[in-house]
Design a protein around this ligand. Structure first.
Ligand code: GLC
Length: 465
């Protein structure tokens, strides 16, 4: 079948999306935990990098001399930014030094503030899609943080007294705002330093994070008490990626295990968004301790490769690094599934989402397919309009055809697996597992990419009905 024929078939299938969106309103309650913060977004041009380097007296050799990926001084902020800019890559470096934070406030500024952290981003996304009640965990909720929550009555968090209220109305005055700088740069921008010109090869971002609470996985006792008391249908979990071994990040995970087990006993379905975890000991611990006890896991290509690297699949990791296409990534996902043994794992990559789940899992393959198509549409709406804060943008991409990139990836995968039906049905079975895969809608010039994976994972799960 040609791509044009396949596009028609998928366009037909995607017609279920508005109905799937309506069904989100039948979901009674969802919670998100743990990381919510404020993102300070700043577009950085090439000459701004030069300016800042001059101010700090940094030569090209200084900028390239990276001995650690932690922000111990303002110079490190510039080093990380320059590295990501010149390579077109995304990284997040952390600081625990208030002086570095103060330097960023004074010298960087920002263009706008927006909701940050997987927990906060997913809470806003699920509330706007109509879930009846969304509880967001916040370990800090001063006015600045509260303002990043959508003004919706179904989106709740807790005040100092433990009262659940619409999150945007709360102001825990003694809390400090947790701000992450999202330093974005565009492809084609260039900077000349030390006689050499560096041109950014791919639009991306460097995140410089000051966040003393999320780095220590501080939990809000009122949220924990509420979850113990009242079951919710889903809990979307994340925030472990910000931990470090030096900060006790392995032990802190041990403390969460009984809490997760209690949620499971309540009947909550738990999804873990792995996120980009730099600290190897912490990453290993997440894979060994947290991932195996949850019901569902969400990853992108990079995070999948990161997992392979800490689970003795070095050769496969290298293969995926060299060729990040669907056949290699499927092999990666299958190995991750078998290693971790969580009932459901989902990968979202450029143009394609793939879910592998146990045969008897409580969500059917057909429902998964519907959830994934809803997620693909909403994600394209977010990319195309810049935000899904306004419910009108949710279906912005409805009626657009799926991408050639996605169809080609899916075709290669179907051929490789010898399952020709996969390319037009999106569903098959391999080694006793259900496989669900969809080509996605791609937006030519995305206005934003921050929080895309979080949105895809949570909507495809909660929208799988
Ligand atoms: C990381 C960052 C956070 C950002 C999020 C987007 O958690 O710390 O600032 O909003 O990624 O997915």
């Amino acid at each position: 079948m040609t791509n044009e024929e396949l596009k028609k078939i998928w366009l037909e299938k995607f017609k279920s999306v508005p109905e799937s969106l309506k069904k989100m309103a039948t979901v009674k309650s969802v919670a998100t935990a743990f990381n919510t913060n404020v993102d300070a977004v700043l577009k950085v041009k090439g000459n701004r990098i030069l300016e800042l380097a001059k101010k700090l007296n940094l030569s090209l050799a200084d900028l390239q001399n990276i001995t650690h990926t932690k922000l111990e001084s303002p110079e490190d902020v510039l080093k990380g930014l320059f590295r990501c800019f010149s390579r077109g890559i995304a990284e997040e470096w952390l600081t625990e030094d208030k002086l570095v934070y103060d330097w960023m406030v004074e010298n960087l500024g920002y263009d706008r503030l927006q909701m940050g952290g997987q927990g906060g981003i997913v809470a806003n996304a699920l509330a706007v899609t109509g879930v009846q009640k969304v509880y967001a965990h916040t370990n800090s909720l001063p006015e600045l943080q509260a303002k990043q929550f959508l003004e919706l009555d179904n989106l709740l968090s807790f005040d100092e007294q433990g009262q659940a209220k619409p999150a945007h109305t709360i102001n825990r005055e003694l809390d400090i705002p947790l701000i992450h700088w999202m330093l974005e740069f565009d492809k084609g921008e260039s900077v000349t330093i030390g006689g050499q010109t560096f041109t950014c090869p791919k639009s991306n971002r460097f995140i410089a994070t000051y966040d003393p609470l999320n780095l220590h996985l501080v939990m809000d006792k009122h949220f924990i008490a509420q979850m113990a008391e009242e079951p919710v249908e889903y809990i979307v979990l994340s925030g472990f990626h910000a931990l470090t071994e030096r900060n006790n990040g392995v032990k802190l995970q041990d403390d969460v295990i009984p809490i997760i087990n209690q949620w499971k006993n309540n009947g909550d379905l738990i999804h873990l968004e792995i996120a980009s975890t730099q600290d190897l000991a912490v990453r290993k611990a997440i894979i060994k301790k947290i991932a195996p006890i949850v019901d569902s896991i969400g990853i992108n290509e990079r995070e999948a490769i990161d997992i392979l690297e800490v689970t003795d699949f070095d050769n496969l990791a290298q293969k995926c690094n060299e060729n990040t296409h669907s056949v290699n990534m499927f092999e990666a996902l299958m190995n991750i599934k078998k290693h971790i043994k969580a009932p459901r794992v989902q990968l979202h990559m450029f143009g394609l989402y793939i879910t592998i789940q146990d045969k008897n899992f409580k969500i059917s393959p057909e429902a998964n397919l519907r959830g994934m198509m809803l997620a693909a549409t909403v994600a394209a709406g977010k990319a195309g309009t810049g935000s899904i804060n306004n419910p009108e943008n949710l279906l912005w991409a409805q009626g657009q055809t799926v991408s050639d990139v996605g169809l080609n990836e899916l075709r290669d995968l179907a051929q490789h697996l010898n399952k020709p039906e996969l390319i037009s049905s999106g569903i098959t079975e391999i080694e006793g597992y259900d496989i669900i895969a969809i080509p996605t809608i791609l937006v030519e010039k995305p206005v934003t990419l921050v929080g895309m994976g979080d949105t895809i994972s949570s909507i495809s799960l909660v929208g799988a009905r």
